[in-house]
Write a protein that binds this ligand. Sequence first.
Ligand SMILES: C[S@@+](CC[C@H](N)C(=O)[O-])C[C@H]1O[C@@H](n2cnc3c(N)ncnc32)[C@H](O)[C@@H]1O
Length: 227
Amino acid sequence: MPEAPRLDARLLAAARLVKPGLPAADVGCDHGKLAAWLACTGTCPKVIACDLRPGPLAAAKATCEGCGCADRVELRLGSGLEVVRPGEVDTVVLAGISAQTTIEILQAAPWVRSAAVRLVCVPATKAPVLRGWLWRQGFALRQETLARAAGRWYTAMCAEYCGAPREPGGMECLLGLTYGQPGAAGYLRQTAEKLQKYRRGLSEDPAGAAAVDALLRALQQQEQGEK
Ligand SMILES: C[S@@+](CC[C@H](N)C(=O)[O-])C[C@H]1O[C@@H](n2cnc3c(N)ncnc32)[C@H](O)[C@@H]1O
C-alpha cells in the first residue's frame, strides 16, 4: 500500500488547493514529497514532477519509490514548464520558488492562461510581487491559505486565468486574500517587517519612500483593527 509522506503545513496547504481527480505538475519538486503525497493519497491519478537539476530529481525518485507511488509520478528534468505539454495537467504547483522565478516560468508557458488550468503558488519570497503580477496579467486569485513552517508565514495561492487584467492596490498586493484567516495577524506583522526593511533602502527615492510610508501606515491601521 502506498504510504503518503508527511508534509509540512506549507506543502499541505498547497496540496489541498490542487484540483482533485486530475493530473498535476509539481514544478521545482526537489525532494518530491508533494508529488508523492498527491499520488499516494489518490488526489491525482498522475503527477509530473519536474526539476531543473538532476540531484533533486533523483531525491524525488527515491521518495516516490519509498512511498510506493512511483508508477503514478513521472519525473522530468528541465526548466519550468518547458517539460510539460499544454493539456497534460490541470494544476500547476510552484512551491518554494521565488516570486521572480515563478513569474518567469509562467511567462514562458502561455498555455497556463486558460480557465482550465489552476495555478497553486507558494512563493518562497515576495508574495506581494506575485499577487500583483497575477492580477495585472488577467489571473483571478481564487483562494489563499496561510501556513506557518520553519518559523515563517507562507501563503498558498490558488489562481486561475479569467482574462480580465486589473491594476491592484498596494494593500491588496501586500495582503491578498489573507484577511481574517487564522494567522492573518502574524502574516501582517511579517509583511510589515519586510516592508520596513525595504523602506530603509529608499533614502535616495523620496517618492518611493512616501508611497511605502503610506502603505506602512495602512498596515498599522489594519493591525490595530485585527486586535
Ligand atoms: C527550495 S526547493 C523547493 C522544493 C519544494 N517545491 C518545496 O516547496 O518544498 C526549489 C527547487 O526548485 C528547483 N528550481 C529552481 N528553478 C527552477 C526552474 N526554473 N525550473 C524547475 N525547477 C527549478 C530547484 O532545483 C529546487 O529543487
